[in-house]
Write a protein that binds this ligand. Sequence first.
Ligand code: SAM
Length: 470
Amino acid sequence: MEHYDVMSAKAAGFMAQGKIEHILKLARDYSQDHELVEGLLGLAEEMQGLPAMAAATLLLNKDKDITDRIFALAEKVKNAYYGNRIVLFAPLYLSNYCVNGCTYCPYHRQNVHIPRKKMTQEEIKAEVIALQDMGHKRLALEAGEDPVHNPLDYILESIDTIYGIRHKSGVIRRVNVNIAATTVENYRRLHDAKIGTYILFQETYNQKEYERLHPKGPKSDYAYHTEAMDRAMQGGIEDVGLGVLFGLNNYAYELIGLLLHADHLEKVYGAGPHTISVPRLRPADGINTADFSNALPDDMFLKIIALLRLAVPYTGLIISTREPEYIREAALHLGISQISGGSKTSVGGYTHNAEDTAQFEIADNRTLDEVINWLIRTGHLPSFCTACYGSGRQGRDFMEICKQKQIHKFCSPNALLTLNEYLQNYASPETKALGQEVIKNELARPMSDHRRQMLELRLQEAARGNVRFF
Ligand code: SAM
């Protein structure tokens, strides 16, 4: 067995299974040690992050008072780094053809009753226009792995199509991509196509479980999958998004895996993950969640979100519509910084009723306008900002600014610009009235005359669809 080495190029080194197990054992042994736990909370209060060992120990501590303090601190850290803005996006499923055998996913190749569908470029255009009509500016492209039906050329052509669509005042400003692990050369091509974040969920960091859950297809290779982010960074992609599918394996193991992975990327490439997603397993065609024995209860799920916020304060945390409104609302107070809204997980679902091709059932079926309305009413600032991407604040540069707690100086005014763009072009009258109140209150805050004039001018421009970011 290879020894743990954070700098190793190999999964067997930077994700040595023995290391995860060792941390898990120590965390179990020490989680009820009051003095140690107080010390770890003290470390978290410095808001500079936590190592995997500390986060796992706090996770396994059973004291309700400690959990309450973790929750309060997570909200404080989120606000210190990002302010109250919440970035919005929607997934766009291009194709559900897949050659893999993932046992939890209905797209697995043995599933013969799910209709297979791959969108043409014309169909993609129609879907993107429907998303633009809602007000979306940031998409996450999703596709199964199939070298014949969904080769990289198809993904690249689709990205090109999407960036090329001019519809009313809207353009899609950032296309994130969630496709299977690939080669450095292919990552270079994705980088050249100007993608935003490359997202790939690890599903589980437990190698044995991974191999059992992925019995067939290219995805069955644990090392190739785990080393994908290294190849992405070598291919020039600076922003990568991690995640595990909670419900597949022991959750404490996964928290440790995520944090070791983040640490590896930061030490080797100078930039940790741009985002971490926290999907939980959902019912789907032929997939019964009761067949999986590691269900993550709500209270632990929320504690994991809070600990991720404390452990990697500079990383965006994403929650999707897999979760119902009440969980999303609780999670927003624990450090979540990006959410999806108005989502469909089917191929062609924004223009047709295509539920039979859906990947999984979603639990938050509200429209984007309802989500924006709810965010404002619960004290958050909805944002369609993509400024960092356009101005080269990516990877290491983004991390530097974020670590100095300076990123909210860009996030907050840019969120206001894009909120105004949304309100004037896409919102319902009720949401528009609510949002305009927020903008009025923000403009009433103390700031220099020059700053106020500039903000007012740019807000007017944004209302006409011309967003000039700070
Ligand atoms: N095909 C790509 C790959 O292999 O990584 C990614 C695209 S897949 C559409 C996106 C993610 O959906 C997967 O990585 C998995 O974590 C998640 N997923 C699959 N089945 C799910 C289910 N039943 N419930 C919730 N999420 C699921």
